[in-house]
Design a protein around this ligand. Structure first.
Ligand code: UDX
Length: 442
């Protein structure tokens, strides 16, 4: 998130100098090469255009901090794996290290901007660390959460629904907010730049992700009911989405949401609610995660039930492993959970994904090349050869264009197809001969 965001600022604000720093030399080397460390459509062009003029990448953190007027903190805030709040609270050690670094090396006052998604009131901790070492310097801490989604990052940055900037409502805080507003105003229309107090801004980011995830869990809950009643969840989603109060987006039933943000941010919200003595509010948001877990495992159970209650020693082709299309990111991908469940049932998986590496799939499943039940294929036709079932777990466009007749002809019979993304036309698959089913389609 830091790289693309700063590249966009450098691209739009040619009068400013933007320096991206990281302790990881290999990562910075990659940013300075032709092989950027992340793939986002449109990113390469902008980096090539600005690198060396308004955009720089370096491991010299001290110099960059000393020279900067504004410092964006874009370090990761994973879910804590240890101690109090393990598995739920955000791990803030990297944020704290950054604050301490700034306090240590800055020679003049700075505006410090939280870009990472942080629990409410983190700005206060950052501010206290800075102020307890301030030696006469003036620090202002702003919250400026990022709402971009993977795969569309550059589009989201260029044309955001809104930019949110929170800061202290003091004369100094308001002045700092205005400086950051002026940066975004270079390309974002004024009415889309929202300013709030710092806590509202921090909480808005967690709330936005919680609401988006809640929509998916809600439609996924309805998908289970559709399967029992003969309703079609896509028809229901379309019907309710035409109500302008509900709107059509984020109502696609699926095998479950994944990605680096939704689950982490909701856990974080749940933890905060508990911390502030609001167990009922915590339980409400936690149910969004529970429904997502239910959906992921329900998919595996349906496969098992349809395939005569055993998949042991049966070859199952898995098409798609990334958490969504157009990315090689597998963090919290539903595919990991579905594959784990099927491996528990001793299935033999043949996995194909157009972008995810073999090593990544092995890592996610906790196995290596010697595991007899996991084969990674370089082509979907190899994966489906002699298979008893095909699963669609990521909505890659290329899966729509496969020759399903050819696939059917090389499979065991009955040939099952489970579409976890409602990507394919079930009627034409059934006409070929498949025992085809989707999510929430009776
Ligand atoms: C999300 C938010 O959209 C973004 O604003 C925030 O800054 C970071 O988290 P991202 O994780 O990149 O972005 O992906 P997103 O497109 O939101 O999808 C998340 C997951 O939900 C994916 O697994 C996707 O397949 C799933 N999804 C999305 C559905 O199952 N149904 C939908 O209707 C939409």
């Amino acid at each position: 998130m830091g790289g693309p965001t700063m590249a966009m600022i450098a691209h739009k604000c040619k009068d400013h100098t933007v320096t991206v720093v990281d302790i990881n030399q290999a990562r910075i080397d990659a940013w300075n090469s032709d092989e950027l460390p992340i793939f986002e459509p449109g990113l390469d062009e902008i980096v090539q255009q600005c690198r060396g003029t308004s955009l720089f990448f370096s491991t010299d953190i001290d110099t960059a901090v000393r020279e900067a007027d504004i410092i964006f903190l874009s370090v990761n805030t994973p879910t804590k794996t240890y101690g109090v709040g393990a598995g739920r609270a955000a791990d803030l050690r990297y944020v704290e290290k950054c604050a301490r670094k700034i306090a240590e090396v800055a020679e003049t006052g700075k505006i410090v901007v939280e870009k990472s998604t942080l629990p409410v009131r983190t700005a206060e901790s950052v501010k206290r660390i800075l102020e307890s070492n301030c030696k006469g310097r003036q620090f202002q801490v702003l919250s400026n959460p990022e709402f971009l989604a993977e795969g569309t990052a550059m589009q989201d940055l260029e044309n955001p629904d809104r930019v949110l900037i929170g800061g202290d409502q003091t004369p100094e805080g308001l002045a700092a907010i205005q400086i950051l507003v002026d940066v975004y105003a270079e390309w974002v229309p004024a009415e889309k730049i929202l300013t709030t107090n710092v806590w509202s801004s921090e909480l808005s980011k967690l709330t936005a992700n919680a609401f988006l995830a809640q929509r998916i869990s809600s439609i996924n809950a309805i998908s289970a009911l559709c399967e029992e009643t003969g309703a079609d969840v896509d028809e229901v989603a379309h019907a309710i989405g035409t109500d302008s109060r509900i709107g059509p987006k984020f109502l696609k039933a699926s095998v479950g949401f994944g990605g680096s943000c939704f689950q982490k941010d909701i856990f974080n919200l749940v933890y905060l609610c508990e911390h502030f003595g609001l167990p009922d509010v915590a339980a409400y948001w936690n149910s969004v995660i529970q429904m997502n877990d239910y959906q992921k495992h329900r998919f595996g159970r349906r496969i098992l039930a349809s395939m005569f209650n055993t998949v042991s020693d049966k070859k199952i082709a898995v098409l798609g492993f990334a958490f969504k299309k157009d990315t090689n990111d597998t963090r919290e991908s539903a595919a990991i959970y579905v594959c784990d469940d099927l491996l528990q049932e001793q299935a033999n998986l043949a996995i194909y994904d157009p972008k995810v590496t073999t090593a990544q799939i092995y890592r996610d499943l906790g196995v290596d090349a010697s595991h007899p039940g996991v084969e990674i294929c370089s082509d979907p036709y190899l994966a489906t050869k002699d298979a008893h079932a095909v699963l669609i777990l990521t909505e890659w466009d290329e899966f729509k264009a496969l020759d399903y007749k050819k696939i059917y002809d090389q499979m065991q019979l009955p040939a099952f197809l489970f579409d976890g993304r409602n990507l394919l036309d079930l009627a034409s698959l059934r006409a070929i001969g498949f025992e085809a089913s989707g999510i929430g389609r009776g």
